[in-house]
Design a protein. Structure first.
Length: 81
Protein backbone atom coordinates (compact mmCIF):
# COMPACT_ATOMS: atom_id res chain seq x y z
CA UNK A 1 0.00 0.00 0.00
CA UNK A 2 1.08 3.59 0.04
CA UNK A 3 0.23 7.14 0.99
CA UNK A 4 -3.13 8.45 -0.20
CA UNK A 5 -3.20 11.98 -1.52
CA UNK A 6 -5.50 14.29 -3.44
CA UNK A 7 -4.30 16.37 -6.36
CA UNK A 8 -5.99 18.62 -8.88
CA UNK A 9 -5.20 18.12 -12.55
CA UNK A 10 -6.73 19.64 -15.67
CA UNK A 11 -9.74 17.74 -17.04
CA UNK A 12 -8.06 16.88 -20.38
CA UNK A 13 -5.09 15.32 -18.56
CA UNK A 14 -7.42 13.35 -16.29
CA UNK A 15 -9.46 12.10 -19.25
CA UNK A 16 -6.34 11.06 -21.16
CA UNK A 17 -5.07 9.23 -18.08
CA UNK A 18 -8.40 7.45 -17.71
CA UNK A 19 -8.27 6.31 -21.34
CA UNK A 20 -4.70 5.08 -20.92
CA UNK A 21 -5.56 3.23 -17.72
CA UNK A 22 -8.46 1.46 -19.43
CA UNK A 23 -6.42 0.66 -22.53
CA UNK A 24 -3.52 -0.76 -20.52
CA UNK A 25 -5.80 -2.36 -17.91
CA UNK A 26 -3.94 -0.51 -15.18
CA UNK A 27 -5.46 1.02 -12.09
CA UNK A 28 -5.54 4.79 -11.85
CA UNK A 29 -3.34 4.62 -8.74
CA UNK A 30 -0.77 2.49 -10.53
CA UNK A 31 -0.80 4.75 -13.58
CA UNK A 32 -0.23 7.90 -11.51
CA UNK A 33 2.42 6.24 -9.33
CA UNK A 34 4.30 5.01 -12.42
CA UNK A 35 4.06 8.41 -14.07
CA UNK A 36 5.32 10.20 -10.98
CA UNK A 37 8.15 7.67 -10.53
CA UNK A 38 9.25 8.22 -14.14
CA UNK A 39 9.08 12.01 -13.72
CA UNK A 40 11.20 11.84 -10.57
CA UNK A 41 13.80 9.68 -12.28
CA UNK A 42 14.08 12.18 -15.11
CA UNK A 43 14.22 15.23 -12.87
CA UNK A 44 16.31 13.91 -9.98
CA UNK A 45 19.43 12.58 -11.74
CA UNK A 46 21.52 12.86 -8.56
CA UNK A 47 19.28 10.32 -6.85
CA UNK A 48 19.62 7.98 -9.83
CA UNK A 49 23.40 8.39 -9.81
CA UNK A 50 23.50 7.70 -6.06
CA UNK A 51 21.45 4.53 -6.53
CA UNK A 52 23.76 3.39 -9.31
CA UNK A 53 26.80 4.09 -7.13
CA UNK A 54 25.32 1.89 -4.39
CA UNK A 55 24.81 -0.94 -6.89
CA UNK A 56 28.38 -0.59 -8.17
CA UNK A 57 29.71 -0.74 -4.61
CA UNK A 58 27.78 -3.96 -4.05
CA UNK A 59 29.09 -5.37 -7.32
CA UNK A 60 32.66 -4.45 -6.40
CA UNK A 61 32.31 -6.53 -3.27
CA UNK A 62 30.94 -9.44 -5.32
CA UNK A 63 33.92 -9.50 -7.75
CA UNK A 64 36.86 -10.98 -5.83
CA UNK A 65 39.15 -11.45 -8.86
CA UNK A 66 41.46 -8.38 -9.21
CA UNK A 67 41.75 -8.79 -13.00
CA UNK A 68 37.98 -8.84 -13.47
CA UNK A 69 37.57 -5.88 -11.15
CA UNK A 70 40.18 -3.82 -13.06
CA UNK A 71 38.81 -4.83 -16.47
CA UNK A 72 35.30 -3.83 -15.38
CA UNK A 73 36.56 -0.47 -14.17
CA UNK A 74 38.32 0.18 -17.49
CA UNK A 75 35.19 -0.68 -19.49
CA UNK A 76 33.05 1.48 -17.24
CA UNK A 77 35.46 4.42 -17.56
CA UNK A 78 35.37 4.15 -21.36
CA UNK A 79 31.57 4.03 -21.53
CA UNK A 80 29.92 7.29 -22.54
CA UNK A 81 26.93 8.08 -20.36
Amino acid sequence: MGMKTAVSIPDPVFEAAERLARRTRTSRSRLYADALREYLLRHAPDEVADAMDRVVEQLDEAIPDPFTRRASAVVLARTEW
